[in-house]
Design a protein around this ligand. Structure first.
Ligand code: ZN
Length: 86
């Protein structure tokens, strides 16, 4: 399934979640307190760029190239019947 990355949020003290803007599927759910950060360095956890199309296949995920205004690629959650994803 291909999702549309929403805004990544970090809730103190350190839990980050990023969902699909369209259907709400969880793209990232990470406890940042468990990440090892070298002393003196800021924590900049990986996240999807807002609005990016992210294909999720099991535990693998990747960005799907997309030109704004073009039809969404097959497999996009936004093409599923809205009654299922609302
Ligand atoms: Zn979605």
């Amino acid at each position: 399934m291909i999702h549309i990355a929403g805004q990544a949020l970090v809730v103190p003290p350190g839990h980050m979640r990023q969902r699909c803007s369209w259907c709400g599927a969880v793209l990232i759910d990470q406890n940042l307190e468990r990440l090892a950060v070298p002393e003196g360095q800021a924590l900049t956890p990986a996240r999807w760029e807002f609005g990016a199309l992210v294909e999720v296949d099991g535990s693998m995920s990747r960005v799907v190239p997309y030109v704004e205004g073009e039809p969404l690629p097959a497999g996009a959650c936004a093409l599923v019947d809205p009654e299922v994803t609302v």
